[in-house]
Structures are given as C-alpha cells and as structure tokens.
Design a binder for this molecule. Structure first.
Ligand code: CMC
Length: 432
C-alpha cells in the first residue's frame, strides 16, 4: 500500500483500500467516493462534522488555530487594508485586482444596482410586518423571472452577469424590505457612493431632506461586509451548492441560501444576541442566572454569539469586530453603553467558566456585529438581511467554482434507514 492510501477492515476481515488526498492546507481526506462500489458500505456523518463535501480554492479556515484566509489572504490584512468591493473581486476571480480591474469591477457593480420596476410590486404583496428575510427569500428568487437573459447557466458570460447582478442588487432589495415595512418610499441607488454608503442612503434617506451617512458607520458596515463575505462550506453555502447542483438557476439557488441563513444557529444569531442582551439588561436578573440556564441541559437556552462548529480556539473575525465595536460605542456614547457593557461582562464571565472553557465556546463574530448594527440604527430584523447581502458574493463564488468543476454532479446523500422493514398493506377494516 502506498502512503496515499488507507485500508479499512471490517469485522469479517474484508479490507477496502481507499485513496488519500491532500489539499494545500488542512487535514488529509479519505476519498470515499468509491467506497460503496468497493465495499457495499455507506458512511454516516450527521451534520457533516467529518466530511469534505467538495474541493474548493476559495476560503480556508483552521478552527484550531483561529485562521481565516480568503484566496490565501488573512482576514486581518483584508479587514485592515482592503474594501468590500475589492474582496468581492478577490473571491470571484481568485486574485486581487490591479487599479484598472478594480475600477472596472466597481463600475459594473454600481451600474447593475437598480432593479426592474416591476419587481417593486412584489413588495406590496407582503404583509406590512413580514420579516424582511421572508421578503428577501421571495424577491431574490423572483429575480429569475425578470432576468431571463442571464440564466443559461451553461454559458460562462451568463453566469458572470448573474453574479454581478446579484451582488449589485442585494443592497437595493434589502433596503426596499426596510422601506416597505416603514411605509416609506423606496430610494434609488446613487452610483457615485460606495457599496456600504449607498446601502445606508437607501435605508435611511428620505425624499424630503438631504442625507449624509456617518463616515464611521460606512467604515463599520464595510468591515462587517468583509468579515461576512465568505466562510467555506457553512450551512447556507452548502445549501446553495446543493440547490444549484441540479442545474437550478443562480437566483433560485441564492434564495435557497438566504432561507438557510435565516436560522438562529447560523445567520440569525446576531439578531438573537441583541434580543438576549436586551433581556439581560431589562430583566434585572444577574448574569449568573443566564450562565446557569445556558449550562442546564434541560433548558433550551444557549448563550447566543458563543460557540462555533469550526472555530474551537477563537473566531478571528470576532477579534477584529470587537475593536470596531469599541470604536463605535466610544464615538456614539451613552445610548449604546448598557448593551455593550452587558456584552463585555458576559464575555468575561463566560470565558472564565469551566463549562465554556471545556467545550471551547468563545464569542463568535455575531456576538459583536449585532451591537454595531444596533448602534447604527439598523432594526433588529434587518441584521440577517445584511449578513445575506455580505454573503451573496461568497455564495456566488462557490456556485461559479462548482459550475467550472469537471467533477461536479448532482448532490444526492444517502441515509441510514431506521424505519419499518417491508410489510404488506392491510385494508382499513382489517386494522386494529
Ligand atoms: N451556549 C451553551 N452551550 C453551548 C453553546 C452555547 N452557545 N454552544 C454549544 N454549547 C454546548 C452544547 O450544549 C454541547 O454541550 P454537551 O457537549 O454538554 O452536549 C457542546 O457545547 C457542543 O455543542 P454542539 O451543539 O454540539 O456544537 P455545534 O458545533 O454543533 O454547534 C453552534 C455550533 C454555533 C450551532 C452552537 O455553538 C450554537 O448554537 N451557538 C449559539 C448560536 C450562534 O452564536 N451561532 C452563530 C455561529 S457564527 C455565525 C456563522 O458562522 O453562521
């Protein structure tokens, strides 16, 4: 047996030899794609905790060391020196752009930002207090009904146009959710503004008065977008890959990703963090009460914003955003202080508690991002929408990569069946 193989031996002494594969970083993987044909066995891995579902060259995470790389570049360097639009280019095309490439890409993204006027009618079909994520799932999926000219996924140019359209239109569509729920007129994009500033003006400006976004808010939002732009094969990215593996168009596939992101264990966590912190501030209960609840296995309560499936040391995004959180709260002063102080106290107590230390539960990016968004005046139910806006480029980059992969095939997991064995139908009169 060469060093690039592994032998699996069952209780009957049957041996199956499987190839090993190594990537540029990370653990060696056992290639089990022919395991069933060779041995008659499936593997069982609920939640994919030990399974690489694909090969990918976009993002690398080392959960033990707390490392996150986009196309090889450390997140710390990108957060300090890059911009969201440059990161979008990097994720999509694999390299940082030169000045000319960046200017051209920026121009393209800015000039796809308007949505078809007919799409606006969809918004008024929703109940006035619909959750904006429900509206996003519906309206992003509906884009495929408006942009037929770019949904031939066999053509690379169509794929690229769809990618640009999705990245470009997300802030416009996200702001429309907010405007609709507030009963305010939709605001058109302004192409001279940056991606983040444009979103803020579409969210908060009114036709009746001039608007200028706070530059610290623009900086903080751009940072949040960079930190959330991609995160390897998480639940929503895997959903996009699985949905589009059947040949579904990118608008429908991204809508599926948005649905997956909505859950509180994934993108909904930043909303859940603020709800939890507000309850802690307002209830008058001390923090220990909540720590006790989080540790109690009979109680479904978890400390939101703590723990991560992959990061078991620290979340590198959390460290970066924590500093921005400090900067913003210092600038804005008292109003945001109670939530922030509660977060700092909770962080300190949890990090010293044996339960959290043993299970390696650290604050994640969403523990802090919610505090920033709240300070910027973004309503709670828009938090996950902003996450979706940021992650669209990641979803799209994975979709493009998958479409170019010669090994790509429809995703079709198998199962460990635990239902009834075969049995015969009995007429209703013969049943007990
Ligand atoms: N509070 C209390 N206990 C926890 C928490 C928490 N936040 N997270 C995990 N645990 C416990 C869990 O009960 C289990 O304990 P035991 O071993 O005694 O049964 C142990 O830690 C391992 O938990 P797990 O659920 O098996 O871990 P997982 O990798 O499946 O889940 C997680 C990861 C993020 C879903 C989970 O930690 C969680 O629910 N955290 C709170 C929600 C949250 O902040 N989500 C945002 C994730 S970051 C954004 C993103 O990338 O989408």
């Amino acid at each position: 047996m060469s060093k690039k193989e592994i032998n699996l031996c069952d209780a009957e002494g049957n041996t199956t030899t499987l190839p090993l594969k190594t990537g540029s970083h990370g653990p060696t993987v056992i290639d089990i794609s022919n395991l069933y044909q060779q041995s008659g066995y499936f593997t069982y891995d609920p939640g994919f905790t030990s399974t690489a579902s694909c090969r990918s060259a976009i993002t690398y995470i080392d959960g033990e060391e707390g490392i996150l790389l986009y196309r090889g570049y450390p997140i710390e360097q990108l957060a300090a020196q890059s911009s969201y639009i440059e990161v979008c280019y990097l994720l999509l095309y694999g390299e940082l752009p030169n000045g000319e490439q960046l200017a051209k890409f920026d121009h393209i993204i800015k000039h796809h930002s308007m949505v078809h006027e007919g799409l606006k009618n969809f918004y008024s079909g929703f109940h006035h207090d619909a959750h904006p994520m429900a509206i996003m799932v519906g309206t992003v999926g509906a884009l495929s009904a408006f942009y037929h000219d770019s949904t031939d996924i066999t053509q690379a140019r169509h794929r690229e146009i769809s990618a640009h359209r999705l990245i470009s239109k997300m802030p416009t569509m996200a702001s429309y959710c907010y405007k609709y729920s507030n009963g305010q007129p939709f605001v058109y994009p302004q192409n001279h503004l940056s991606y983040a500033e444009n979103f803020l003006q579409m969210m908060f400006s009114l036709p009746s008065e001039p608007y200028k976004a706070n530059p610290t808010f623009v900086k903080a939002l751009d940072l949040i977008l960079i930190l959330h732009a991609d995160h390897e094969q998480n639940a929503s990215t895997s959903t996009v890959r699985l949905a589009s593996s059947s040949g579904a168009n990118p608008f429908a596939s991204i809508a599926a990703g948005i649905a997956s992101l909505w859950g509180p264990a994934h993108g909904g966590a930043n909303e859940a963090v603020i709800k939890m912190l507000e309850e802690m501030v307002n209830s008058g209960q001390n923090i220990e009460h909540y720590i006790k609840k989080a540790k109690d296995k009979q109680d479904p309560f978890r400390l939101m914003g703590f723990g991560h499936r992959v990061y078991k040391n620290h979340d590198p995004r959390a460290k970066i955003i924590r500093n921005m959180c400090h900067e913003l709260v210092d600038e804005l002063g008292a109003e945001n202080q109670p939530l922030f102080e509660m977060a700092m106290k909770l962080e300190k107590i949890a990090l010293e508690d044996e339960y959290f230390i043993q299970r390696r539960l650290y604050p994640n990016v969403d523990f802090y991002s919610g505090i920033i968004l709240r300070a910027m005046g973004i309503p709670l139910n828009m938090f996950t929408v902003i996450f979706a806006m940021a992650r669209t480029v990641g979803w799209i980059a994975h979709w493009l990569e998958m479409m170019d992969d010669p090994q790509q095939k429809i995703g079709r997991p198998r199962q460990l069946y635990t239902g009834h064995k075969r049995r015969d139908y009995r007429s209703v009169v013969d049943r007990d």
